[in-house]
Write a protein that binds this ligand. Structure first.
Ligand SMILES: Nc1ncnc2c1ncn2[C@@H]1O[C@H](COP(=O)(O)OP(=O)(O)OP(=O)(O)O)[C@@H](O)[C@H]1O
Ligand SMILES: [Mg+2]
Length: 343
């Protein structure tokens, strides 16, 4: 993607260094789908006598916070206090998620239990770095009205104390038009900004009223229903996509994340690009989660949108340099900002 109007990240470095402490203790409300990412790692030495399939002898297992739970742990890692409102089933995966959340500085106290569905769980079997198979436990249907009411009760109770709100949609049944409209109404009444990480398969109108969306490039193209081929021919089309998304949703600003090309920020009818700050790239999974977490925390804590995006871009640059979905700490952020400042 060619930058139309590239900006220097280092311009914001002094503000970030001086004000990163302002993020400490700030509460951010996160509403969305959560899940457990599990990895089983092992060796294959023989074929099963039961069927012509490999037998994986397990060496180790790993469990990580997935979906909006990863966004929540990114907020905790940057010194904020995540208030996570999400739905789990009544099962062992939910207990495992609660334990993992607590150990990552995210309180599980606002989770809503829906005994009619399993807790979302994705189990990957890996043999010598090869992904052999993935097993999904999930029930992708909208939550009942009773569950939605329980979600809203949590949102109402938490809204006065938080500095911003994140709607984190993975299209697993929590985020719907009515819930978003209610969250937006409560947030506006309380003077809080609402950010949304949209899902490509959710109708764009669902997000009406949010202040800022953070789709990645592919999501922005899919949501705007623009042909990708046109875009490859004309990079300026990305601005038309941005404008269309903002028009439908009714927001005045937006951020499109562009992977290795950083991010494009739309504000005041203009757009600017922040190139990535990543020095090395090992694992890009979850970088988008880091962006919305850092943005919501910084914007809610009083940073301007530009300053918040610069901070989010530094944090995402740190995260892609680490293996696995490991969030960025304040120390790592400061290190990256100071290195960027002197570059
Ligand atoms: N390959 C890369 N090199 C450098 N920086 C990257 C790379 N990929 C991502 N980033 C950083 O992470 C940010 C978010 O990345 P991206 O646009 O891939 O989000 P995403 O697709 O929503 O990610 P995910 O859904 O996996 O969390 C970018 O704005 C950029 O700062
Ligand atoms: Mg994403």
């Amino acid at each position: 993607m060619t930058s139309l109007n590239p900006k220097n990240l280092s311009e914001h470095a002094p503000h970030i260094v001086q004000h990163v402490q302002d993020l400490r203790g700030k509460e951010v409300l996160i509403i969305g789908d959560i899940g457990l990412d599990e990895y089983v790692l092992g060796q294959v030495r023989r074929i099963s006598p039961e069927a012509p399939v490999p037998v994986v002898e397990v060496d180790s297992e790993e469990a990580r916070l997935g979906l909006a739970a990863n966004v929540a742990q990114n907020i905790a890692s940057l010194g904020g206090v995540p208030r996570l409102v999400a739905v789990v089933g009544k099962d062992a995966t939910a207990d495992q998620l609660r334990n993992l959340l607590s150990r990552s500085g995210v309180s599980p106290e606002h989770l809503v239990v829906d005994s009619s569905r399993p807790t979302t769980r994705k189990l990957r079997v890996m043999v010598q770095n090869h992904h052999i198979v993935r097993v999904d436990y999930e029930h992708r249907v909208f939550v009942s009205e009773a569950v939605e009411r329980a979600i809203l009760d949590q949102v109402k109770a938490l809204m006065p104390k938080v500095c911003s709100v994140i709607i984190q949609d993975y299209a697993k049944g929590v985020i719907g038009e009515k819930l978003v409209a209610e969250i937006v109404r409560l947030a506006k009444a309380s003077g809080k900004k609402v950010l949304a990480d949209p899902h490509r398969s959710t109708p764009l109108e669902t997000y009406r009223g949010v202040d800022l969306m953070t789709p990645n490039f592919d999501e922005s193209v899919a949501l705007a229903k623009f042909p990708v081929d046109d875009l490859r021919k004309d990079p300026a089309l990305l601005n038309k996509i941005g404008n269309k998304l903002m028009e439908v949703v009714g927001s005045k600003q937006m951020v499109i994340t562009l992977g290795k090309d950083g991010m494009r920020i739309f504000e005041h009818g203009d757009s600017i690009d922040f190139p990535t700050n990543a020095k090395q790239v090992f694992d890009v999974t979850g970088a988008g989660d880091t962006v919305i977490a850092a943005l919501a925390l910084a914007w809610g804590a009083g940073f301007t949108l530009d300053q918040s995006c610069a901070l989010a871009n530094f944090a995402a640059g740190v995260v892609v340099g680490k293996v696995g979905c490991v969030p960025c700490s304040v120390e790592e952020l400061l290190e990256a900002v100071q290195a960027g400042e002197s570059a």
